[in-house]
Design a protein around this ligand. Sequence first.
Ligand code: C5P
Length: 335
Amino acid sequence: MTVRVPAKVNLQLSVGPRRDDGYHDLVNVFHAVSLFDEVTATDVTTPAEDAMAAVAADDGTVTGETTPPSAATGTATPSGAMITVSVEGDPAGQVPLDGENLAVKAAVALAARAGRPVRAHLAIRKAIPVAGGMAGGSADAAAALIACDELWALRLDRRELMDIAADLGSDVPFALFGGTAVGTGRGEKLAPVPVTGEFHWVFALAEGGLSTAKVYGECDRLREAAGEPVAWPRADDALMAALAAGDVKALGAALVNDLQPAALALCDPLARTLAAGRDSGALGALVSGSGPTCAFLAESEAHAAGLATALRAAGVCREAVTARGPVPGAVIVPA
Ligand code: C5P
């Protein structure tokens, strides 16, 4: 059971005051783009899983053998479920291979609904940058929900899946939802946004990653230092009009990310990356979510390809990739 799931870029990320629970109320205009991870859920026994099963009886959570290019770890749950995971396409080994992996957490949460012991091996193929501000971990969690729901024939309704998704993380519901949507609350309450046509993007991938919690923390710190009151966030009319009309120039001018100053403060080189994209003719340039990926809006597919070449030549990123949006959320890949 394979599920394909897109990355997101935030077209508007307006961050309100910090709430008592540590989260921030947002107006978050999500846009799903054609950079995809794939999660395959199987109930086959892998050799690593065999090795782990014996240990799992003792302490619940176990670590399996590392088998390049993928590694596997098993998490046994109180309901008797056994979840293992392997990851391809993460050369720096940044994706956790234990119960901290958000896709494993998703499968464990779903297993609790099964009412019988279930098992799954999750094979994740990554193309979405890890810790890049494009919700890659959230995407994998959403994909794992859909894949395990199907594998275990649970057939939960959409509402139940969305509720489990929201418990897993603020960006997980959108990875199920897809398209273009406005997220309020901490980003989990979604409503679709009307869009005409499609938009072409370039994403400049950075060397390392940024912790979302750290970037929000830095945003709070900068705001406190500035001493200005934090406005209640609201959807930007110019952005909504640009999307409805399919007006790419107006969209480029309306892109906004309140987390950008914090991401730039934590990662100096990003200012140069953004400037290089603007100098090369991008219609809009901003840090994607909490960064460090930078997003550039192009006029056409050909313009995006040219921009990507210019960014690579400028030596301001690890890689530059093109994508289009909006695209649908997590979907099962036909066998
Ligand atoms: O919801 P998620 O686990 O993805 O959030 C990661 C971190 O990002 C949170 O622990 C919090 O520090 C920050 N965050 C926030 N306000 C939001 C969403 C996330 O402060 N609306």
